[in-house]
Structure formats: structure tokens, C-alpha cells
Design a protein around this ligand. Structure first.
Ligand code: DAH
Length: 350
């Protein structure tokens, strides 16, 4: 090996042995490998050599360069380890062998699916609305074409306050307020109403694996000129395919809800068997997921919107049911149970 190269290698070995911290190591890196560093300097001597000598000289310089950069990397690892060791020694109370605290909180499965739905609808121009859990009889029923003593009220017995207000039995209770909030922009600026409103709902239920007195829904409405059932099908299909991360088939069956006409039950192709038929879908290939329909003219009128000019669709997605399907939760009571052992399994989905 050329004398200059050997000399530089020895010099490097001696200086790196003395280095005690990362910044001194960095200085060495620059002084050897930098643009004006000694290794780069060696190449300047090449001109004086014969072509044959140049070949081996070039290779030797290159080897030295690799050797130096490898040695610096190794030393850096060593120095970092030493620094960490020193830091730990200065804190005797810090026990690196202590078990990790596994009882950290995590996002609730319902929060996870709610956020997924919100993200999809946000990208389609929907606003996300917050609404009170305590509502009036007018908001929850009358404005939705469910007059006093209508039998449809029987399905939605809920908790009443002494002042006559009630805990909302469905997110549809926000519809009237949403129409009133956005009707001016609809009529004067031609801006369609596109809103979703997730929320907690309450019903007087005997609880079992499928029924809870407290659950979550996500209501959605879209109102504009010429809105039709095909718009409804498109939005539902897009949203559900995004949530389940696969192409979801949907079908509509007639269903009665006083605030929509026509009203539907929207089914999705079974997530377990893909439509072939299995015990989960009672061998039908379909799972009932989301009631929906075209907003009843009385409901639009009550919200201050002329049903002769505007039409719209509404849907009431069961977020609790969606979370159970997506995460395979068998008992609805687990979702309100507050057991971290059950709920923390979904953390990685954040
Ligand atoms: N609010 C209804 C319930 O909880 C669900 C529903 C049905 C909502 C049809 C809608 C709809 O928006 O169009 O039983």
C-alpha cells in the first residue's frame, strides 16, 4: 500500500481511539471524508502516477474511505450506547426491566367507525353536525311526521324528563333543525344540503346481546333539486365500501318510516360469506344495515323547504351495529361495558 495512504490510516486509527463524544466524531468525519478532507486530498496525487499505479492507488484510497466511514459508524453506535448507559446510571430509580403498562386507553370501536364514516362523507362535501342528546317531542317526533298517538312511537319508547323533554331515540331528531339551518343557502345560493349527524341515542329496552338502552347512530341527509333514489344508493355504496375496505353490494327492500316516502331497508351483501349464504346472514346472503328513504314532503315542509321544488334522501345508519359487524363484536353490551380487555383490541386501527 502506498505510504501516504498507510500513514493516513494510522493517523485515523490513533485519532478515533481518542474520541469521547459524537460531536468530536463528526469533526473527524469531516476532516477525513469531507470535501476538503485528507482522504479526498489523497486523490490529488493521482496525476503523478503511471496508469498502472493509478489503478491500485485508486482502489486503495477507496478501501480506506470505506474503512474510515465504517469505523465512524461503529464508533457512533458505541458512543450512543455509552451515553444511554451513563444516563440510566444517573437515574437509579428508572427500572428498564419493569413491565410495560398495558392498561393504556384506546379509541373505542364506535369512535373508529364513526371517524371512518365522517372522513368518507367529508370528502363528498357533507358537513358534520353535533346535536343535543336532550330534545323536544316536536324535534323527535312531530317534525318527522309522527303525530301524538301515532303507533310508530311505540317502537321508540325513550326516557322522559319532568319538563316534557326526552333523550333522543334516534338521530333523525336533528333533521328539522338541519333543514332550518341550511334552507337559506339552499334557496338563495343553490347550495345543496349535505349533512351527517352522528350521535348517542336512547331507548327503553330490555337489554340482551342485541339490544341496549344506549347506542349510536349516524343520520345523513341530502336535499337539492332532482335528488333521487339512485343518489342515495350511490352514497351508501361508496361509504360502506370505504368502511369495510371492499366492494359492498347493496339492495333495497321496502320499509315503513313515517318521515320517508318511499322508505327502505338497505341490506349489504354478507361480510362473512360474500352472499353465498351462511349462519351469520341466516342463509340469505344479505345483512340488514341501514334504513333510509326519500324525505317525506311533510318533513321538508316542516323544515321550511318547498317539497314541490326540492327532494332529498335520508338514512339512519346504526353505528353501533356497524362497529359490531366490522370488529366481530358478538354482544352489544361489551361496547358500553368499559372493559379495556375487550375494547383495547382495536387500538391499532387508530
Ligand atoms: N330513525 C330511524 C330509527 O331509528 C331510522 C331511519 C329510518 C332514519 C329511515 C332515516 C330513515 O333517516 O330515512 O328507527
Amino acid at each position: 500500500m502506498n505510504e501516504n495512504i498507510l500513514e493516513l490510516k494510522n493517523l485515523f486509527d490513533a485519532s478515533i481511539a481518542k474520541v469521547l463524544d459524537a460531536s468530536a466524531l463528526d469533526e473527524i468525519r469531516v476532516s477525513y471524508l469531507g470535501k476538503n478532507g485528507s482522504v479526498t486530498g489523497l486523490l490529488k496525487n493521482m496525476g503523478a502516477l503511471s496508469p498502472d499505479e493509478r489503478k491500485t492507488y485508486g482502489k486503495d484510497v477507496n478501501d480506506l474511505k470505506n474503512y474510515i466511514s465504517g469505523a465512524i459508524d461503529e464508533k457512533l453506535i458505541y458512543l450512543n450506547e455509552q451515553a444511554l448507559k451513563k444516563e440510566l446510571e444517573a437515574m437509579p430509580e428508572f427500572d428498564v426491566s419493569a413491565p410495560v403498562d398495558t392498561d393504556r386507553g384506546s379509541y373505542h370501536p364506535i369512535t373508529l367507525v364513526q371517524r371512518q364514516c365522517e372522513n368518507v362523507f367529508r370528502t363528498m362535501g357533507f358537513t358534520i353536525e353535533d346535536y343535543s342528546e336532550i330534545v323536544t317531542d316536536y324535534e323527535c317526533f312531530e317534525a318527522l311526521n309522527i303525530p301524538k298517538f301515532h303507533p310508530a312511537r311505540d317502537m321508540q319508547d325513550t326516557y322522559y324528563l319532568e319538563n316534557g323533554q326526552l333523550l333522543k331515540s334516534h338521530t333523525s331528531a336533528a333533521q328539522n333543525a338541519i333543514y332550518k339551518k341550511y334552507k337559506k343557502a339552499l334557496v338563495e345560493e343553490g347550495k345543496p344540503i349535505r349533512a351527517i349527524f352522528p350521535g348517542r341515542c336512547f331507548r327503553n329496552e330490555n337489554t340482551d346481546a342485541c339490544h341496549e338502552n344506549t347506542f349510536f347512530q349516524m343520520e345523513g341527509v341530502m336535499v337539492d333539486k332532482n335528488i333521487s333514489i339512485s343518489n342515495l344508493i350511490f352514497f351508501m355504496k361508496t361509504m360502506l365500501s370505504a368502511v369495510f375496505e371492499k366492494d359492498i353490494n347493496v339492495r333495497l327492500r321496502p320499509g315503513f318510516f313515517p318521515f320517508v316516502e318511499p322508505g327502505f331497508e338497505l341490506d349489504i351483501s354478507c361480510l362473512i360469506c360474500g352472499g353465498e349464504g351462511c349462519p351469520s346472514c341466516k342463509h340469505s346472503g344479505w345483512l340488514e344495515l341501514c334504513p333510509c328513504g326519500m324525505i317525506h314532503p311533510n318533513v321538508l315542509r316542516e323544515g321550511g323547504i318547498d317539497p314541490e321544488e326540492y327532494t332529498g334522501f335520508a338514512f339512519g345508519l346504526g353505528l353501533t351495529r356497524l362497529a359490531m359487524m366490522k370488529y366481530g363484536v358478538k354482544d352489544i353490551r361489551d361496547l358500553n361495558g368499559g372493559s379495556l380487555a375487550n375494547l383495547a383490541q382495536f387500538t391499532e386501527d387508530k
